[in-house]
Design a protein around this ligand. Structure first.
Ligand SMILES: [Zn+2]
Ligand SMILES: [Zn+2]
Length: 105
């Protein structure tokens, strides 16, 4: 978003923010948090509400799990505990890079 906004005249910025805001409401972009005064958005695509995500608890990197994996996890939890897991669940984890860093320390 910052890149798009940077190339626009001041007057257009509020229009862009309004569009982003409505996209967020539709679930097409996701607010992934703020760094300082900047709000970060991630294009989540129309399929994102259909699958789980995993977020690195160290660096915050988020990856998308595919639909088949999401369904496999949901089925396993259902079989085991009778819980229906939400497809929008965000799993907590450590990304490959952070795991390496951890091993080196
Ligand atoms: Zn996704
Ligand atoms: Zn990480």
């Amino acid at each position: 978003m910052e890149d798009i906004c940077a190339s626009l005249p001041e007057a257009k910025k509020s229009t862009v923010y309004r569009i982003v805001d409505s996209l967020e409401k539709e679930g097409k972009v996701r607010c992934t948090g703020s760094i300082g005064r900047r709000t970060q958005y991630q294009y989540s695509g129309s399929l994102c509400p259909m699958h789980m995500h995993i977020k690195c608890r160290v660096c915050g990197k988020t990856e998308h799990l595919d639909y088949a994996t999401t369904e496999a996890i949901r089925k396993a939890v259902d079989d085991l505990l009778g819980f229906e897991t939400l497809a929008t669940t965000v799993l907590d984890g450590l990304c490959g890079e952070c795991r390496k860093n951890k091993e080196n320390n």
